[in-house]
Design a binder for this molecule. Structure first.
Ligand code: G1P
Length: 294
């Protein structure tokens, strides 16, 4: 039996320069996809997968994320006075259970590996999930929940990453994995490389931004040297961990949106709006009119 995963790390320290000026005073994680902030969609995915405790690795100018996951008393009083009970109920449902969120700071932007390492004391000596909030996965069953299903079928200490196919000309922007034999609904990862040079990727499967990792990753990150882009790369630490522990890949069902890019973010908004019964009919009409004009 594999150890249950109770905690998830969400790195939210990034500057969001690709969305300036929108992100000058507002964290990119608070940009809305329809009417929920990006970060809320990712927390929803973690909760659906049974995660109990969310650890946010934040940075300067991110305090509003902490406020978002707290009560807003003035708002609650106003909504009660106006008898807007459905809105109140939605707010209540989204609130984390007291004591089950933690916030820690990455004081310098030294890379994803460093951000994960900043969560080491709060995670402690247990396996954990890692969700990159730039990536949204739209699927009938959440991406992390699908990974948990696969993880539960594997005995012993194992690590797992969600992967998706990507066209050849975009592989150099991601971590890419090499594939081995199939194990249940997963496959053995035989190699990993972060941001491979063109023509050097071992497959067309990229690391999508959802991971289940064993705590041994922290001692490796502690001594990790600089990697691609002059940053402490998580993928480089995973390559070292893979010398001692198995890594599995899961081709999840669903569609991933890279909301770190403008096109991915806009596409996510369209896809999530079209999936909403209350908005889709009117939105579809607007879209048709716009596309007709284009
Ligand atoms: C990070 C990871 C990379 C992964 C990507 C997914 O890269 O290092 O392996 O494929 O997220 O979005 P970043 O987007 O931080 O450059």
């Amino acid at each position: 039996m594999s150890t249950p995963i109770r905690k998830a790390v969400l790195p939210v320290a990034g500057l969001g320069t690709r969305f300036l000026p929108a992100t000058k005073a507002m964290p990119k994680e608070m940009l809305p996809v329809v009417d929920r902030p990006l970060i809320q969609h990712v927390v929803d995915e973690a909760r659906e997968a049974g995660i109990e405790h969310i650890i946010f690795v934040t940075g300067r100018n991110k305090a509003v994320i902490e406020d978002h996951f707290d009560r807003q008393y003035e708002l609650e009083v106003t909504l009660t006075e106006r008898r807007k009970f459905a809105d109140l109920e939605h707010l209540e449902r989204d609130l984390p259970i007291p004591g089950q969120t933690s916030f820690t700071r990455q004081q310098s932007p030294l890379g994803l590996g460093h951000a994960v390492w900043c969560a080491r004391d709060i995670v402690g000596d247990e396996p954990f999930a890692l969700l990159l909030p730039d990536v949204l996965v739209q699927s009938p069953r959440g991406c992390l929940a699908q990974m948990m299903d696969a993880y539960r079928q594997i005995d012993g200490k194992a690590n797992m990453i969600a992967v998706e196919e990507m066209p050849e000309d975009r592989l150099h922007m991601y971590g890419v994995v090499g594939t081995g034999k199939t194990v249940g609904s997963a496959f053995e990862v035989t190699s990993m490389i972060e941001k491979p040079a063109r023509g050097k990727a071992p497959s067309n499967l990229i690391i999508t931004g959802r991971y289940i990792l064993q705590p041994e990753i922290f001692s490796i990150l502690e001594n990790q040297s600089w990697g691609a882009g002059g940053e402490i790369q998580l993928t480089d630490a995973m390559i070292r961990l893979a010398l001692n522990q198995p890594f599995y890949g899961v081709k999840f069902e669903g569609r991933a949106f890279d909301c770190g890019s403008k096109i991915g973010f806009l596409a996510a908004n369209v896809a999530y709006a079209l999936a909403r019964d209350d908005i889709a009919p009117a939105f579809r009409t607007e879209l048709k009119a716009l596309l007709g004009d284009a």
